[in-house]
Design a protein around this ligand. Sequence first.
Ligand SMILES: C[S@@+](CC[C@H](N)C(=O)[O-])C[C@H]1O[C@@H](n2cnc3c(N)ncnc32)[C@H](O)[C@@H]1O
Length: 288
Amino acid sequence: MVMVEQPRYTPVELIRITAEYFKTKEIDAPRLEAEVLLAYLLDVDRLKLYLDFDKPMTQDEVSGYRLLVRRRAHGEPTAYICGKREFWSLDFEVCPGVLIPRPDTEVLVERALEVMGDRGTFLEVGVGSGAISTALLKERGGWSGVGVEISPDAAGVAARNIEKHGVAERYELLTGDLYEPALGRTFKIIVANPPYIPTEEIGGLDREVSMFEPRVALDGGRDGLDIIRRLGQGAAALLEGDGYLLLEFGAGQGQAVKMIFEEIGSFDLVELLKDYSGRDRVLRARLG
Ligand SMILES: C[S@@+](CC[C@H](N)C(=O)[O-])C[C@H]1O[C@@H](n2cnc3c(N)ncnc32)[C@H](O)[C@@H]1O
């Protein structure tokens, strides 16, 4: 019997081959994604891959990596494959029932922190993985928070993330529709990154989003603004005097969102704030 020697790949070779393959699949940041998947498989820090660059991998490792690469090439987001995503320099568990937190949403956190004094209670609507609430609680030790999430799957993930980051004793997580579970209470701050994609546009998004992320986290109705309108209309009942509502919206929705809040008439300050690329992405409105 002739034994055929299998090629013994080093991490660096595998990363190079995979990055080339990912390029053909139009995956953004192909090399980075190849590295992240390999680091996940080998359970090492990404930079450590280059320390052992000339050590060949075992056949089992190469086969395991092939499976991960195949899933990514079929569009599955790396964050779902690895079960985690970083936000605000913290690791968050994610899975297909929960939106992957985006770097852009850190702007919402920064802008909320600007108007949060030493103590108070905030409300987050649409908690998802719990990324925003966790970041706010980590930054403001004198604050407590209440979160509302409609998806039981997402609420389960949020509960684990909030526990893992050691802020659970200052947080109450409620399941339900928008403000409803929190009615009768008041808050200094309300924050939300609501679903804001127009229904018709969801199918045209990158397949990583349209095929893998939960629709309830994306779909904002016909013009994308259904949930934002409801958030604006209900806010006065839950905000303390001078309290702020902050929400993220999609690029290009700024003027429409501002008009919604000005027409409601309960707010004496309605500002549009920009993301890191200079686009209006956050609304901050103060109850008059
Ligand atoms: C765009 S995701 C944001 C998730 C997370 N806050 C983040 O920034 O990564 C919107 C979240 O709102 C939740 N959601 C959608 N409709 C809701 C409703 N009517 N009431 C409460 N939560 C809702 C979704 O399940 C989803 O977790």
